[in-house]
Design a protein around this ligand. Structure first.
Ligand SMILES: *Cc1c(COP(=O)(O)O)cnc(C)c1O
Length: 374
């Protein structure tokens, strides 16, 4: 690839160079180009105030509008009912691993967990600090290549926890299990990618940096009726009720991250919302999995019916070809497809903002590479 000092080129040319890159990063990851453009304008002059979005108070009416719109867009796009509150909190999904049980689980109570990968395992570990965590199913025996199907959830389990999409292993719950228990879900890597009955969950959390915005903010959707039931004292900043009372402005929120989330949610709405993007996501995933399944060189790592539409994991039958394939694609603008070390091979993340044209380029390169080694 030609190395150019792109900083000194006219913006139009810079954009052209950028558009030759196909960003399959797992997270932080691709966001819509229009969002980057608008966000960079807001850094210099936010809404013609002459001020940067980075230097205004979070209690000003201009930022209040941003927070209000971001929360309203989440409600609208997820079609949430009045019991479900929307919060933008610090700390990423990992903080929710502890904040959820701190708010929902008493020491003597049990929460049920599905163990479908690294992130589930981490959520289980933290829950044990606050109560009992019972693992009701696990696909650990096969390096998490499938989603468990037959399992029972104890009636008295305070909630059932799911990781709806397993970012590292590339599996996804295609059907949300039916249970009479309260449900809690980590949707970090497939939030806003598909239509689900979001109101059937009492708590949903997601780090923004996979499919919603930049790193540094966390979306929490919580049914307010499940709060205030535990006996322990909860530190002020950890208690969801305080955040709800203050309209998600208990303390200084990550203002820029929330702003960029708002822009991304606006973009999503303009695309036709979650149902429309789901259709496109299905097409993108089908295209890539088809190429993998037809290829004599590649194999998908996950059980077909459990494959993720967001993170496509695959390996090469001849592992010695993996480095050359990585180099081949990199030289042709493909970024971020090296697999996680726990799986090896490749992982192509197909988040909402990734255009189908990028998937078409990757598929074309798979075919070209096949010919070159045949
Ligand atoms: C990335 C990820 C996390 C961790 O998010 P942080 O924001 O880094 O804490 C948790 N769960 C899932 C499913 C993820 O993909």
């Amino acid at each position: 690839m030609v190395q150019i000092d792109s900083v000194h080129l006219p913006p139009k040319i810079q954009l052209l160079i950028m558009s030759a890159i196909h960003n399959f990063n797992a997270g932080p990851s691709i966001l819509p180009k229009s969002v980057f453009e608008e966000a960079s304008k807001a850094i210099l002059n936010f809404n013609n105030t002459g001020l940067s979005i980075l230097e205004i108070g979070h209690r000003t009416s201009i930022f209040q509008q941003v927070m209000d719109e971001a929360r309203a867009l989440v409600k609208e796009l997820m079609q949430l009912d009045d019991d479900h509150e929307v919060l933008f909190l610090h700390g990423g999904a990992s903080t929710q691993f502890m904040q959820v049980p701190m708010n929902l689980l008493d020491d003597k109570e049990t929460a049920a967990f599905t163990d479908t990968g690294v992130w589930s395992t981490k959520a289980i570990k933290e829950a044990k600090l606050f109560g009992k965590a019972e693992v009701v199913c696990s696909s650990k025996d096969s390096n998490y290549t499938y989603i468990p199907k037959d399992f029972a959830v104890p009636n008295d389990a305070k909630y059932l926890h799911l990781t709806t999409n397993n970012t590292i292993y590339g599996s996804q719950w295609q059907k949300i299990p039916k249970t009479s228990n309260s449900m809690v879900a980590d949707m970090s890597s497939d939030i806003f990618s598909r239509v689900l009955d979001f109101n059937s969950f009492d708590l949903i959390y997601a780090g923004a940096q996979k499919n919603m915005g930049p790193a540094g903010v966390n979306l929490v959707v919580v049914n307010k009726n499940v709060l205030g039931k535990v006996k322990r004292a909860i530190p002020t900043i950890m208690d969801y009720r305080n955040h709800i009372k203050e309209g998600s402005m208990l303390n200084t929120p990550p203002v820029f991250a929330v702003y960029v989330c708002m822009l991304t949610l606006r973009w999503l709405k303009a695309q036709g919302g979650v149902a429309a993007i789901e259709k496109l996501n299905n097409e993108k995933a089908a295209l890539l999995y088809k190429a993998i399944d037809e290829s004599p060189l590649f194999t998908g790592t996950v059980n077909k019916e459990d494959r993720s539409k967001m993170n496509v994991c695959f390996v090469m039958n001849d592992a010695s070809l993996e480095e050359p394939f990585l180099k081949f694609t990199k030289e042709r603008g493909i970024v971020g497809i090296k697999g996680h070390r726990l799986v090896g091979g490749f992982r192509a993340s197909l988040y909402n903002a990734l255009p189908i044209s990028s998937v078409e380029v990757l598929v074309k390169l798979i075919k070209e590479f096949e010919k070159s080694v045949a």
